[in-house]
Write a protein that binds this ligand. Structure first.
Ligand SMILES: [Zn+2]
Length: 249
């Protein structure tokens, strides 16, 4: 590698790191108190959508009010890869290299990362679950598509074991030599679909949400391990404002 090229790469890396730090610290948001969800829009003009948008996430999914529809199957073309487990101060997030895709109808989107909330942000008929995972995908034209998996207490989750057995402290990260995101998914992949937003500042809308109907099991000890770091990192549910939630037949 030429020295100049190496320098520009290292500068680029520094800028990206600083950018992330500013995004996290500049807005200085949290899940309760003066910087909690009711105040996110006031903390930074960039967060205006948190209040102004009529299509915010998460939502309470009422099965009886959902519209049965012939939704396209979710095709998870996921594969094993290396991974980076990051504790960013708001959640534990697992970043993945390119190579795993979600296909919905004709639209393909690349899996970028997944992360956890406790308790679950999505609710089923008002009920929260102990945890959820949001699998965040991006299409070639920059649209976000999130798949949510809800977790209920039960058997130890083998797929999550390498992550939850060694959670990094805030601001730390550690690599995993190999991880298969397909292991996170339930066997029944029918889902609820609606338009929503990011559930964290800047709350940008235009996000396609697919919430899997079948919860996946995690053990009590695994839930406790995550909740020792993040006892409450769920945004309250947001009004539907006339949005229709579709559900796979
Ligand atoms: Zn999330």
């Amino acid at each position: 590698m030429k020295p100049l090229f190496a320098l520009s790469i290292s500068l680029l890396a520094t800028c990206i790191l600083m950018g992330n730090a500013q995004a996290a610290d500049g807005a200085h948001w949290s899940y309760e108190g003066a910087h909690g969800p009711e105040h996110w829009a006031e903390l930074d003009p960039a967060n205006a959508a948190c209040n102004a948008s009529k299509e915010q996430s998460p939502v309470d999914i009422k099965a009886g009010e959902s519209l049965a529809a012939k939704l396209p199957a979710l095709i998870f073309n996921y594969k094993s890869s290396s991974a980076e487990v990051i504790n960013n101060g708001h959640t534990v997030q697992v970043n993945l290299p390119a190579g795993s895709q979600l296909k919905v109808g004709d639209v393909s989107a690349e899996l970028l990362q997944f992360h956890f909330h406790a308790p679950s942000e999505e609710r089923f008929d008002g009920k929260t679950y102990p945890m959820d995972a949001h699998l965040v995908h991006k299409t070639a034209d920059g649209k976000l598509s999130v798949v949510a998996v809800l977790f209920k207490e039960g058997q130890e989750n083998q797929a999550l074991k390498p992550i939850l057995a060694a959670l990094p402290a805030a601001g730390k990260n550690h690599p995993l030599a190999t991880f298969d995101p397909a292991g996170l998914l339930p066997s029944d992949q029918r889902y609820f679909r609606f338009q929503g937003s990011l559930t964290t500042p800047p709350c940008s809308d235009g996000v396609s949400w697919q919430v899997l109907r079948e919860p996946v099991e995690v053990s009590k000890a695994q839930i406790a391990a995550f909740r020792a770091l993040y006892p409450m990192n769920a945004r309250p549910v947001q009004p539907l404002n006339g949005r229709v939630i579709e559900v796979s037949q």
